[in-house]
Design a protein around this ligand. Sequence first.
Ligand code: NAP
Ligand code: MG
Length: 453
Amino acid sequence: MTSTYTVVNPATAEAVVDVAMADLVETDAAIERAAEAFPAWRDTAPGEKARLLRRFEAVVDDHVEDLDELEVRNSGHTWGNATWEAGNVRDVLNYYSAAPERLLGHQIPVAGGIDVTFHEPLGVVGIIVPWNFPMPIAAWGFAPALAAGNTVVLKPAELTPLTAIRLGELAIEAGLPEGVFTVIPGKGSVTGERFVTHPAVRKVCFTGSTAVGKRIMAGAADQLKRVTLELGGKSANIVFADADLAKAAASAPAAVFDNAGQDCCARSRILVERSAYDEFVSLLEPAVKAVKVLDPSDRSSEMGPLISAGQHATVKGYVDAAEIAFAGSAPDGPGFWFPPTVVLADDPAATIWREEVFGPVVAVMPFDDEAHAVRLANDTEFGLSGSIFTRDVGRALRVSRAVEAGALSVNSHSSVRYWTPFGGFKQSGIGRELGPDAPHAFTDVKNIFISND
Ligand code: NAP
Ligand code: MG
């Protein structure tokens, strides 16, 4: 029987709307429609696929404001973030709309004929999205998957289905054929699990917790189903004494408190060279206290609430077990508010140093030299992103090569651009999204030899 989920505005704790959750029968029906739509979509001429993706992009562009408004209300994202996120969907669609005509194979020299390779689409791709960045993470999966000739079923997180549902409607409005891109609001334990077990789903592209990611990978083994996994992180922001300390301290809060710290790339461990530690911490304090934590309906808000009461309790549990050095402010009253919080850490075994909090909490620790910094940065099961602040080019290069993480930045914190690859080392994931090669992750290579005779 169909159940419903009541979407809650995290800034006010008020109910927004009830959303019907697909049951197993409805999930199977949507997967089967996607499987039926696959051959025609695969065989649609490359230029026509490209044109439809560009139309989808144009329709998204016409609705950026509506999508922003939905995300502010459903997810508590700031207007600035929501605007970037909807724009990112548009830009990702635009970028991959150029892929159908450029899905090039090789022609390989052989005797007695010719040998060519093709990047063949897989079939139905299942995309499972978390609640922290509902729009971009959806698009990083569906845009390259569609461009490569697959059909897509997409399950948003229960907490944040509204923008995904709207994107599904906009795809139809843009003229994508029925069944090519279907959004299925449903539970992880029902719809998400079915993507793993249904034989017509040939790949699962999952973003979320490391625990669920492992379960999906184990389940996918049964059918040798392809997976891309984007999981958790505990990324290091390494600040050397020779760095522009003012710049490093001014940029550190946004690098961890953006989206209230609910960001897999959050630089939630700051490592500072001991000789610069006191100065850095004294520069960090005013920067943290200056973060404008306001109701996201106020367009000057720089940080909104946590997503749910449950996430609030989790974050509070981590902070209660640690010692707060200083914190910013947050509104009181209803909503799942938590202030930006700084903990000074000295023990690499401490929970706050090791576990992903997924909230506005950062731990700061001193290090002695370059080798010590690298050792501390790599002393984690995760490996998603990280930053290095130094004016020494050689050191920037050495340390960025030595840190075991998929997306690093020097003297900045940018790690996600849709035209560069993104993904994790170690237990932060498998596979890469975005960048020029992303469509290949939704294909298998076929080699064909044609004899001269
Ligand atoms: P989660 O439980 O892993 O949920 C992520 C998605 O998976 C949701 O759509 C969820 O559905 C679904 N799901 C849950 N159980 C499932 C199952 N057994 N089979 C298939 N799908 C299932 O993640 P969360 O705890 O809500 O989100 C926060 C965590 O995600 C963070 O701790 C962070 O580590 C990680 N994260 C990583 C990235 C990244 O890019 N690396 C990005 C965002 C989040 P329901 O909504 O119905 O539970
Ligand atoms: Mg969960």
